[in-house]
Design a protein around this ligand. Sequence first.
Ligand code: GLC
Length: 733
Amino acid sequence: MKKIFFSTTLVFLHLLTLQSQNKKPLYKDKNKPIEERIDNLISLMTLDEKIMQLNQWTYGKNANPNNIGEKMKAVRPEIGSLLYRSTNPEFRNQIQKKAMTESRLGIPIIFGFDAIHGYRTVFPIPLAQACSWNTDLVKQSCTITAKESWLSGLDWTFSPMLDVARDARWGRVSEGYGEDTFANASFAVAAVQGYQGNNLADKYTIAACLKHYIGYSLSEGGRDYHYSDISNQTLWETFMPPFEAGIHAGAATVMSGFNDISGVPASANHYTLTEVLKNKWKHDGFVISDWGSVRNLVEQSVAKDLKEASMKAFLAGVEMDMVDNAYMDYLPQLVAEGKVPIATIDEAVRRILRVKMKLGLFENPYVDVVTEKKRYLLPNYLKVAEELAAESMVLLKNESATLPITSKYKDLAIIGPMVKDSVHIMGFWEGMGQPEDVETIYEGLEKEFKNKVKLHYALGCDFDGNDKSGFEAALEAVKKSDAVLVFLGEKRNWSGENGSRSTIALPKIQEELVSELRKAGKPIILMLSSGRPLELIRLNEMADAIVEIWQPGTKAGSSVAGILSGRHNPSGKLSITFPQATGQIPIYYNMRESARPKLGHYQDIPRDPLYWFGHGLSYTTYDYSPIQLSADKITKNEKLIAEIEVTNSGEVQGKETVLWFIQDPFATISRPMKELKYFEKKEIKKGKKVIYRFDIDPIRDLSYVDSFGNRHLETGDFYIIVNNQKIKFELVN
Ligand code: GLC
């Protein structure tokens, strides 16, 4: 007690001196180095003030700016962060004013929210964005998201999600960038750069948050929040690289996951949270828990109560507690009992203050207030939204050039539950997207084909259930038509968080509708809107053409219509494999080879998945030249240049992505059959050719990581694989 009294007295004496000199404290001097400002501020803070910085409360029910509801009044001005669900910047500024003026030291609050694939302008789900292979467009979408979020009062988004996912029963497959490690790492960098810009202190930039650290997508059986058995080899080879890339891109924060990593939950895992993230990668930002993941340590039987859970999470390296109030309630005792060193508290506070200072919140705690018209859905935002949605869509099948819809069709039947939908089409985590903003598929088709094609609409059936009463009207529409567009898919909450499903097939009623419509003998064009790969083993046979449109968001109508009319030539390639059936999961392109490659496959379905990672058709054709290499052998210190010439031999311009894979046929540790190491997307005009080039760096592209995170480069043969070409070269000492 004496110590606390003595230090508090000292603090007050210090402040009195400053007051008397009428000088602002050093920590408020933006011209001083950030670390000095942090040292100064921490030296002035009481333990209570420090611990308050380690807490995030959620706020958003009562967004009435005239009446800061009881709950808001209860929020102490010393709170570190708010999960802010209001879209009102003035309300945020009012709350921030409380923090700046009613607390002793005036430490600004950091406001966070889940702007995962857009804020008010909703972009395609991240799984779809990855199919565009257009990192620049993804970066642009994140820049737009940051601006809409910042102008709504936010400083921070809980995005990008980097969970490499191979089990589509897990609904959150929709939120990451697919099954490949390199793809997730590439889009991680694009997203961090898009959100954070060149300087976090600039207006319209927000802090990124890499999540869910780590291995969450291996939740057993695809059941969300469940145990994940992850070997260290898989941890380092598959899950670490996207987070490492995001950290090196400057991501300000990281979110710890719900999953138990082989007996040590992600939110209490000192190895991942401190030894790797802080000590090896030198991350200087902070970690926030997931919603309640501190409290969940009790359910996961690694803590007997919330007090022990708080101690374990905090000492493992989780600096901020999301909405549990656990740190606020228990850290004071844990410090008093000597179980949590004050130095650890100070280091955690330092990390949070560092992010707040980098954001410029001490100098500029308030956001500009502009009208909603100037804030949201600007024409250039919607243009990017349409482009990204169109480039995300994947033409899976197109027998006898059924698509695009040209003058050969005079009448089109437009059938299915997605046609007039404006909710599910935005997908999960739609942010502040509003259904009334969404251009439905029907609206898009009407605009695109006005005076060209007559549309005959019928609902056909609902997303699920057994009601076939709509089938007859649908058949009537088909009879009047030259071809049938059937828009099927998932409801938004069938994927996303807690969106675990025992089957990835669509409900039976949707398949029965197609089977019925097919009897009319007209071409069937399947348009699928889902947050995951689907089981298409039956539908694939019934359709002449199939497009996976994913959940395209606000500009669903014009992007879908543009793909159908050919205004947008499909350029998407799958970021995740479509298995034949749910029972084939997990199946992904970069598996390791079987001991007996020709044996052991399921007897009742074809050996290969229906559509592999990287699959995607176009309305034009591309001819690939043989791969050219600058040499057939290189040393570890040399680069190897690989080039390929792609010709657009078709009738329309298009954008083609070349995916460059490397195979290491044998090494000390077994290697995947092939691994994506580079990709590039370019536009190629009709009849023209373009050269794609991959500069192979042996350490970066030919090495492998072991279960301790150490990289190894072994000499020997390697292969470059592009499309169906495979060319050998040798790495020598
Ligand atoms: C949720 C999600 C996480 C999200 C957080 C805040 O449970 O797991 O992705 O950012 O809570 O909403």
